[in-house]
Design a protein around this ligand. Structure first.
Ligand code: IMP
Ligand code: MG
Length: 177
């Protein structure tokens, strides 16, 4: 099988949208600082590009989680593979994610992080697949793009750990050789 990647969102489109989000966040947090939490590994390219366009003071932290569980999807729990380095108390936190699909990972993560008493906590995602949402209590504050229900790669997102470095968002297509 040969694989090719069809461009869904070009590098220019993604850059433009991230600039807009950066401006919006800079306005919303005027006079404050933001503490960005990158969800590894998928959120890393997006967070770097976004952070460069935020004009208020910014700090970074990183977290890695895996969603697993037996049987039904709703019984899944989130396991922390790498926790944050710093406490969240009193901070204005923005969680930076690559994509929100069912919303399960984030719903669990929000509960864990809210317990650490940040001053505020918001959610920012590069991509959202609203059609796939099963958890209704996840409110996304900043979304770069809503996309259809297709498996996408690039800009941090992988297929089997590959394609994270593509500077655009694409869909993997398989062809007979
Ligand atoms: P959920 O919102 O808990 O269902 O899980 C979202 C996670 O699934 C994301 O953080 C990605 O790691 C992964 N994921 C979902 N859709 C895609 C996709 O289209 N491409 C690559 N990874 C995806
Ligand atoms: Mg992810």
């Amino acid at each position: 099988m040969k694989e090719t990647v069809r461009v869904l969102l070009s590098e220019e489109e993604v850059d433009q949208k991230i600039s807009e989000l950066g401006e919006q966040i800079s306005k919303d947090y005027e006079g404050r600082s933001v503490h960005l939490i990158c969800i590894l590994k998928g959120g890393v390219c997006f967070m770097c590009e976004l952070a460069k366009r935020i004009t208020v003071p910014v700090s970074f932290d990183f977290m890695s989680v895996s969603s697993y569980g037996s049987g039904t999807e709703s019984s899944r729990i989130v396991k922390i593979l790498k926790d944050l380095d710093d406490p969240l108390e009193g901070k204005d936190v923005i969680i930076v994610e690559d994509i929100i699909d069912s919303g399960r990972t984030l719903s669990h993560l929000l509960k864990i992080l809210e317990n650490r008493k940040p001053n505020s906590i918001k959610l920012c995602t590069l991509l959202d697949k609203p059609a796939r949402r099963t958890v209704k209590d996840v409110v996304v504050d900043y979304t770069a793009f809503n996309i259809p229900d297709e498996f996408v790669v690039g800009y941090g997102l992988d297929y089997d750990q590959r394609y994270r470095n593509l500077p655009y968002i694409g869909v993997v297509e398989f062809h007979e050789e």
